[in-house]
Design a protein around this ligand. Sequence first.
Ligand code: SAH
Length: 476
Amino acid sequence: MILTLSTTATPATDLGYLLHKHPDRVHTFELSFGLARVFYPEASAERCTAALMLEVDPIALVRGRGVSETQYVNDRPYAASSFLSVAISRVFGSALGGRCKDRPELAATAIPLEIEIAALPCRGGERFLRQLFEPLGYEVDVRALPLDETFPDWGPSAYFDVKLTATVRLADALTHLYVLVPVLDQEKHYWLGPEEVEKLLRHGEGWLAAHPAREAIAQRYLRFRPLIASALARLVPEEESPTEDPESRDGAEEKIEAPFGLHEQRLARVAEVLRQSGARRVLDLGCGEGKLLRRLLADRQFEEIVGLDAGSRSLEIAAERLNLDRMPPGQRGRIRLLHGALTYRDRRLAGYDAAALVEVIEHLDPPRLAAFERVVFEFARPGWVVVTTPNAEYNALFPSLPAGRFRHADHRFEWSRAEFASWAERVAGRFGYRVELSPLGPEDPEHGALSQMAVFERVATHEPAGGVEPTSAAAR
Ligand code: SAH
């Protein structure tokens, strides 16, 4: 397995500083799955190429795992795979992290780079390969390898020789390879421990959330559920709730609504609806800083309370405000906080009596709503679902809110009464629920109430006959 990195930056041999590997020597590293070597086939001031060669030992891979002889025969020694990621992080760790003590300014600079990967296995073919790298600014050159050189009519194999060209920071290029090469790999990454997952996600930060193929990338990680499912969810909030700062998230909204003390009214009303449903095991989805959770805890009817949010900072604040650390064991056993995204199927949410989503849906990008609907109404499928959202018509009455603006910077939409009703009725019909809509908070004769609520009650055990068509890759 071989990867080469070439640059024409001047002097090109500075690549040696960037990679922390001197061009004059062969550098050898012993990794758990074999040997990695770094050497420079070419090192002049005009052009310098560093090669990373891996000799994967197929026997070492399966040793002690009680597998059959046939598993010794595989593509691991030859194909670029997830092992390449591991090697990049072990051998080029500083470069991957953008650290370079001798040439810090160079590490921060985009340089002309040519990356060649031999025999890259590619589930999804050339098209997918391009979808992964082109949005990141690479020119992609691909040569499909024949299944057998001697018998060209056997057709192409699933392996490609790939050349990527771009002007990028070396650290970014290594990061892209580190994350995306395993996405293309067909094999089960049985070497993938929780720490590797952590690293993978950390390296995706900043660019993966904005990547147009992130759904597909995410899905491929999800093959390793449950290990990755929860970790993956942590990537998603980046795009969904850019305002990690709780002050800015809750603050602006509360300022606009403050004169009405609406939020507390809204929460009291939701808690009441949940109580009347008879629910004992409840979910607060998008629980934020845990204001509803606190109310639910105060009511003994609720035996199991789960709060889920995509914002880790919000969850920390919720844990603090609820005093989770100092709670007596009986009380502590009733509540759990989960980190997760509502646009990804999450088995932890199945089997509850009721779920509340208080002022959450308007934070979702409209194209993700279909995935969200399936996650909540098809997969989690609680007996009751209470959804509240602003009534956009009422905005006309806020003196401080310019026309056409939303109540909060992170809102992706705000619906009129008719829009919310038509959404709620469509969802109810599709997933086998009955729905009732009601105004929430102070009401204006013309513009309606400040906020609005839909209470869904499940009427069918399974979704209606004919099934639900998959609507989004994210929910599958
Ligand atoms: N329900 C709380 C918080 C409302 S603010 C309350 O009424 O006080 C909206 C919350 O939804 C935020 O905490 C935000 O982090 C969360 N959120 C937004 N998108 C999400 C998603 N896709 N998955 C889970 N939570 C999400």
